[in-house]
Design a protein around this ligand. Sequence first.
Ligand code: PEP
Ligand code: MN
Length: 293
Amino acid sequence: METNPYNNRVNGGSAIPSRVSRKTKPDNTIVSINDVQVGGSEIIVIAGPCAVESRLQLFETARLVKAGGARILRGGAFKPRSSPYNFQGLGEEGLKLLAMIREETGLPIVTEVMDTRQIELVASYADMIQIGSRNMQNYPLLKEAGMCRKPVLLKRGMMATIEEYLLAAEYILNQGNDQVILCERGIRTFEPSTRNTLDLSAVPMLKRLSHLPVIVDPSHGTGLRWMVPALAKAAVAVGADGLIMEVHYKPEEALCDGYQSLSVDEFARLMSDLNKIARAVGREISVPKPSTV
Ligand code: PEP
Ligand code: MN
């Protein structure tokens, strides 16, 4: 019989099956964010700015990504910035703007929570909460996220192994919340030409080891706008259930991650290319008819 060392290790090397493991639950888990289902046949695209910067920036970007076929809107209100002197996000004001544009567009919203003290507030606005790469092993936060009963987008730690990643997800499931989406967003390697090294091999590996849906973030994965379309297409081809991408109505004016944000035109073009790849691998993607774009 084939043996997989990683599977044993993800199960703690013990006979006790882990909740994230496909051995425990062979069928794919579908994560529902309002009326959007991740993990089924449709490839779900989450798009929006890195950070909510202003009403104008968020509303313009949101309307245009919706027209391009995005099914969920992203936007950070609490930003984990490397420098304390950089824009830290609008905080609750950003959450309020996200809730307002959800009313208008109908797009569910996903936004990051960085601290257990913010979780109640963020969960009261968001349709899905995001735990970022830097907090993947923040165990109190993972436990609180498990208890808050909202779907959770858990990004891979930039230095986390697959085993560590799945064990982090296990903390959330262990609280009775199986609505968890995994997201490969690049890992730190010796290679400096890209912001991170996007580990697309993580997609088939995670899907083999776990029943949870897996999406890919080619924006943080590369840090380079021009490279995002190539890796977004590759992600769909290797079996990702969705993508999360940064899009800005004026990338050159972005307060955060503009160099890796697509313009809305680039996003619309990419969506139509992704549609072709999705069909080739037996999936579908929601792309509006040309007349509505
Ligand atoms: C983000 O998606 O806004 C983000 C900060 O990503 P990551 O946690 O992957 O760096
Ligand atoms: Mn960003």
